[in-house]
Design a protein. Structure first.
Length: 437
């Protein structure tokens, strides 16, 4: 019996903007900044916002720590993490509990890189548990690989010690550790670390990169067993299924560009600029990897995991209807600050309505895209004459789905399309060219 079983004012013609313009805007942002991953953006932690903590904390908690081996042979693993991040986020967002969407937080550690201090076990906490998924994306794109010693027990121990894991009853808390060297390396005994994890309610899932026999002899399976997790094997260099382009990607990219226009970032001027820039930069980062990756990011941004109440007025007002009264004038975004005070709440409400319309359209486009991808995967497997090897994202989802069910989470019900109106049902103008991968 597992631990979970035991403890049970917007225009309506905006979609005519050609996709190529949206793509050009994304690329322009990246070029203007000089880099697709700008470390300075990470410094913006945002204002101390007046959002009712209960409105956030009552959402069922999902805490995920990703521990990635960044030694020399793991370039393929890091590439898969970048490409598949938003697809994984979208899958987590589909899990609901007691009718509520989850509060997803993700942390990132790297280990096994000899550019990191030997005194710290070649380990670095890159991002703490955060709901700021743009910050997580930025961090992933900052990772580089280099040779080193991989101490699995120590990085698990560090994640348990340093992260502020949810104390919510029934929370789903998990570590996913991916790498290729034996679990037995290092001064911290992996057995003790894994036992400590499950004693504190954290499941450890292990993802071995490479031959399954090597993973078994390297104790990857034993580590997962000790912490009531899953042990999976992947091919970190698999590329066939990591990125599948679809006819629906261009529409999703265009809808994503319109979705960005509904964000009203608040806080001091530097923070507002940082939030807006990083959202655009991470769009550009995704596009660098291919149209399909930006399409998945757009789908994830329209989901329940991409909630930014601590920086976006639309999300903040949903959590606290009085947030406008709590903010200083100089913390408001220009479109709101320029309005008479009596009209501001209505403007934010209109923006929320527009976002909801876009979310419905994105959900439908995503449904069609998912069906297309599933069929393409079937064809690839048929052509190969064998079952395709799993990738990082697929391993994460496979392990998490069963564990989320055990923790009381259920799949989200299918999104029902809103009644069609001339504005909402208008199809986006077809772009003339296919976005570059």
């Amino acid at each position: 019996m597992t631990r979970f079983a035991r403890n049970a004012r917007l225009g309506r013609n905006v979609l005519s903007v050609p996709t190529r313009n949206a793509l050009a805007a994304c690329v322009a942002v990246g070029c203007a900044l000089g880099s697709f991953a700008t470390p300075s953006v990470l410094a913006h932690d945002g204002p101390q916002v007046q959002v009712d903590p209960a409105a956030v904390e009552e959402r069922p908690a999902i805490d995920v720590a990703l521990l990635l081996d960044t030694s020399n042979s793991m370039d393929g693993l890091i590439h898969q993490a970048k490409v598949q991040l938003w697809g994984v986020v979208g899958e987590f967002a589909k899990s609901h509990k007691h009718g509520q969407a989850p509060r997803l937080r993700v942390a990132l550690f790297e280990y096994g890189n000899n550019t990191l201090p030997a005194s710290e076990g070649y380990i670095r906490q890159v991002v703490p548990l955060t709901s700021d998924l743009d910050k997580l994306s930025e961090a992933l794109f900052s990772l580089t690989t280099n040779g080193g010693d991989e101490y699995c027990g120590q990085v698990i121990d560090q994640a348990l010690t340093r992260l502020d894991w949810s104390q919510q009853a029934g929370a789903y808390k998990t570590i996913f550790i991916a790498g290729n060297e034996p679990f037995t390396q290092g001064e911290v005994d992996y057995r003790e670390a894994c036992k400590r994890a499950i004693q504190t309610g954290v499941v450890v899932n292990t993802i071995h990169c490479g031959d399954s026999h090597a993973g078994a002899s390297g104790m990857w399976g034993h580590a997962a067993q000790l912490a009531e997790g899953r042990s999976l094997n992947i091919n970190q260099d698999e590329t066939r299924t990591v990125r599948i382009e679809t006819p629906h990607d261009r529409i999703l990219i265009e809808l994503n560009a319109e979705l960005n226009k509904t964000y009203l970032f608040y806080g001091d001027a530097e923070a507002r600029d940082g939030f807006s820039r990083n959202q655009s930069v991470q769009d550009a980062n995704a596009l660098k990897l291919g149209a399909s990756v930006l399409a998945q990011r757009g789908a994830a941004k329209a989901g329940s995991a991409y909630v930014q109440a601590d920086r976006d007025l639309v999300d903040a007002m949903a959590a606290n209807p009085e947030v406008l009264a709590d903010l200083e004038e100089d913390a408001l975004p220009a479109p709101v600050a320029d309005l008479p005070e009596a009209e501001r709440a209505e403007f934010v409400a209109d923006m929320a309505t527009r976002r909801a319309e876009l979310q419905v359209q994105i959900a439908e486009a995503t449904r069609l895209r998912d069906a297309y991808v599933a069929e393409e995967r079937r064809k690839l497997a048929e052509e190969a004459g064998e079952e395709l090897q799993a990738t990082l994202g697929e391993a994460l989802v496979e392990a998490a789905q069963a564990q989320l069910a055990e923790a009381g989470f259920e799949p989200e019900e299918a999104v029902k399309p809103a009644p069609e109106t001339p504005e909402a049902s208008a199809a986006p103008e077809a772009p003339e060219t296919q976005p570059a991968s």
